[in-house]
Ligand binder design. Sequence first.
Ligand SMILES: [Zn+2]
Ligand SMILES: [Zn+2]
Ligand SMILES: [Zn+2]
Length: 144
Amino acid sequence: MTDFDAHMHTLKLRVTNPRKTIFEALSDASEPLSIGDIQKHCRDIDRVTLYRTLEMFTKNNIVKIIHIGWKKQYELTDLFQPHHHHFRCTTCQDISHVSDSEVEEAIDTISIRHGFTVTSHQFELEGTCRYCLTGNTNRELLNK
Ligand SMILES: [Zn+2]
Ligand SMILES: [Zn+2]
Ligand SMILES: [Zn+2]
């Protein structure tokens, strides 16, 4: 994984406290965050700085915008965390990671078949999670 400070240095961008704090909030998260979620982790940072930083991060391949449902959410790019996709449950809004190699192999196979060179891809899968499907809200029990 790429080091944040080193990446910023390569881009000739300064590592300021707000930038570092926002990066860390995204880095600590196990799922994509909305602006509101990020703000909760960065209470000392004003909204304008937050928006500007996220815009700068997006331009510089640090953060990617994920459109989950109608909401815009933010997540670190593949430079800073392992490549994956998301399952989003439309009932409980739970987001889980999908990192099955079959998905990536299928994309390779399809792109070769069409003579297309894929440099990046993004997709999210929506539906019903197994907890909502069974009506069992006790995740602990089901996981046993
Ligand atoms: Zn993710
Ligand atoms: Zn669910
Ligand atoms: Zn993929």
